[in-house]
Design a protein around this ligand. Structure first.
Ligand SMILES: Cc1cc2nc3c(=O)[nH]c(=O)nc-3n(C[C@H](O)[C@H](O)[C@H](O)COP(=O)(O)OP(=O)(O)OC[C@H]3O[C@@H](n4cnc5c(N)ncnc54)[C@H](O)[C@@H]3O)c2cc1C
Ligand code: SF4
Length: 620
């Protein structure tokens, strides 16, 4: 345990040997810990990793069931072995093999509500109730925010600045990338930061369609560069990286080296969305939790649905009340510090549900900002077919799950000069190649073939297979006061916990950005000599994906410098309760076009370093 050290001197880290701790039953939980972490996804995993490697005793509460990708991932089964050839069903919205075992767009018995019934004002919420949360099946696109992304209000007058800059987070981006393993390239592009030398793993080669897009998009002035993905394109340096990440900490180095050696390099042949039993991609369950458990400092309880944070009479957080989802019984656990990392909206829900006479509007909500300014990503798409890619010689294009290249936002200067009619940018993700044939391979080609049957249909299927290209825009949304969540006044989940009610409205910036996305996609397709199936929409509201649909929801408990207009300081420490931290996306001030998870992990590591320091100094 960390000893309180009132002198301010750093207390020695206790690495007394302790046994490997498996998942505990509620009655096995100890009476006190240094830190309770709620949630085991990207945020909870990173937080628990950093804390336990440095000797803190941590109890992790996870609402979902235990999940072990090494044992449970059906990596080598093919679509023809699955019911309905693996296609999506309401229970498995992303197909039979998607790694989500409990959850998705709906979680049985745990609803959420929307204040409006209008399609354009709906919020959808993907939740994964399983150890590791959504990291078991996320896309693993791991982009850094750039310097502009932390100071967007100063640049264009919209939204909010962060209380920190890129330089504060950059060292943590390096650390997370080295730990989880991210491939990518160095490109020296505006607001698209490079990593420090030696941090990234080498990128895979682009696929045929991606190479064509790269060449033709260049003629339009668009850079097509290697994407960054948390997939091991090569084995990690299990000697050098642990020393860099944990200097002067031989035990942490040994534990991490062992964990890194247990990870194999990707063999580019199976679908990452199912998870990776050889640990080649990042999942909290294969990368963060095993070393954290191996320190002997992590106790883990699954099926533990946190309901509220407990406070003592002085307003300090003392622990958590949780419901055992297997028995419905209620339990209380205690620690010196409580960290909420349950995913941003769920963290907001926990704060709002932790009402007390001292905090009648919800915990840490003296600013009134808890639940406010939630954000997602602006997502629109367009697809078509490219004759140049027809009848290519057969070759393997499996690769890592998802595109190998992407287009980072390239119009910073034009936008800054006021030449665009929307304020923030987007990047472009590609869909190309010959995926494993499924139920719909060869379907919907009538717009090209005019309809064919028998032998002609087989010829057409072979001809067109691999010649389809799709584009997905991922754009920055400006936080606005119409996007927030609150407790639903009447609806409760099956545990009797009030659920969230969402309010959502895109602003004209997002609508105009979506229209621009579609025009750009059409221009790239044209430059590739391709045919567009459905032309860009007249009304962008019809193609903009609903709030939450890109699953990049962040915000709801913004960080800042001033307790009057923020919920936490720059370390995710709440202003109102100093031993309560939020380490998921809730404290985000903006949501850059860059997918948020790498930033969530970098900030969780930074917050955990600060928390450890404060523990050692006896300030918590
Ligand atoms: C299909 C898909 C693809 C994605 N692709 C990308 C991508 O390519 N790049 C990217 O950056 N992001 C991507 N994301 C988003 C990414 O998954 C999230 O940003 C990330 O997982 C957030 O981490 P988190 O720890 O905050 O939340 P989660 O990973 O959702 O983890 C939260 C955990 O907390 C648990 N929990 C919730 N409530 C409670 C409670 N009351 N008590 C106890 N435990 C609780 C949950 O069960 C869950 O295990 C994708 C998401 C999805 C669904
Ligand atoms: S493509 Fe690579 S990282 Fe993805 S599941 Fe297969 S082996 Fe793992």
């Amino acid at each position: 345990m960390f000893s309180r050290c009132r002198s301010g001197a750093v207390a020695p880290v206790d690495f007394a040997p302790s046994p490997f701790m498996p998942i505990l039953a509620p009655e096995q939980v100890k009476s006190n810990y240094d830190v309770i972490v709620v949630g085991s996804g990207a945020a909870g995993g990173q937080t628990a990793y950093t804390l336990t490697m440095e000797g803190a005793k941590v109890l992790m509460l996870e609402a979902g069931r235990d999940y072990d990708p090494v044992k449970e991932t059906p990596m080598f089964q093919i679509n023809s072995q699955a019911p309905l050839r693996g296609i999506a069903t309401p229970e498995k919205p992303w197909g039979f093999y998607d790694a989500t075992v409990d959850g998705g767009w709906t979680v049985p018995g745990e609803p959420f509500t929307n204040a409006s019934s209008k399609r354009t004002e709906q919020f959808t919420w993907w939740r994964s109730r399983m150890l590791g949360g959504r990291t078991n099946h996320w896309g693993r696109i791991a982009l850094r925010n750039g310097p502009y992304d932390f100071k967007s209000h100063s640049r264009d007058g919209h939204g909010f600045d962060w209380p920190i800059g890129y330089e504060d987070v950059a060292p943590y981006y390096d650390k997370v990338e080295m730990l989880i393993g991210v491939y990518g390239s160095t490109n020296s592009l505006e607001n698209t930061p490079d990593s420090s030398p030696g941090v990234l793993l080498p990128p895979p080669k682009p696929r045929a369609g991606e190479l064509l897009a790269q060449r033709r998009a260049k003629t339009l002035g668009l850079p097509v560069i290697s994407i960054r993905r948390a997939v091991l394109s090569a084995r990690q340096d299990a000697v050098g990286v642990p020393k860099k990440l944990h200097p002067n900490n031989p035990k942490a180095q040994r534990v991490l080296a062992e964990a890194m050696r247990s990870r194999a390099a990707c063999f580019w042949a199976t679908d990452c969305g199912r998870g990776c039993s050889i640990k080649a991609n990042y999942q909290s369950t294969t990368v963060h939790l095993p070393p954290a458990l191996a320190t002997g400092n992590l106790d883990l309880v699954t099926n533990a649905m946190a309901r509220e944070v407990i406070l003592d009479a002085s307003g300090r957080a003392t622990g958590i009340v949780y419901i055992d989802r297997l028995t419905g019984s209620e339990h209380r656990v205690s620690a010196r510090v409580v960290v909420l990392a349950a995913s941003s909206c769920e963290t907001v829900r926990l704060l709002l549900n932790s009402k007390s006479p001292r905090f009648p509007q919800g915990l840490a909500n003296s600013s009134g900002l808890v639940g406010k300014y939630i954000m997602d990503t602006v997502g629109a798409g367009l697809g078509g077919q490219v004759p140049l890619l027809e009848n290519l010689p057969l070759h393997n294009e499996d690769g890592a799950g998802g595109a190998h290249v992407y287009v980072p936002w390239w119009l910073y200067r034009e936008q800054h000069a006021g030449k665009l009619d929307f304020a923030r940018g987007y990047h472009i993700e590609f869909g190309t190649g010959r995926g494993m044939p499924g139920m719909y391979t060869g379907a919907g080609m009538e717009w090209l073939t005019g309809g064919s049957y028998g032998t002609k249909f087989k010829e057409d299927a072979r001809r067109y297979y691999g010649s389809f290209v799709s584009f997905g825009g991922r754009g920055e949304m400006i936080p606005n006061e119409n996007c927030f969540c609150e407790l639903d006044p009447t609806v409760k989940d099956k545990w009797g916990i009030p659920v969230l009610r969402f309010h959502w409205k895109w602003s004209s910036h997002e609508l105009r950005q979506a229209a621009h996305q579609q025009r750009t996609f059409a221009a790239i397709l044209e430059a590739m000599g391709g045919k567009i199936q459905t032309p860009p929409a007249e009304d962008p509201a019809t193609i903009l994906r609903p709030g939450g649909n890109v699953k990049h929801e962040v915000g709801g408990a913004r960080m800042g410098d001033d307790p009057k207009n923020s919920v936490t300081n720059s370390f995710g420490q709440t202003w109102d309760v100093k031993n309560l931290f939020l380490t998921d996306g809730a404290p985000f001030c903006s949501n850059a076009d860059k997918n948020p998870t790498l930033t969530i992990m970098a900030l969780a590591w930074r917050a955990s370093d600060y928390l450890l320091d404060e523990l050692r100094k006896g300030n918590l």
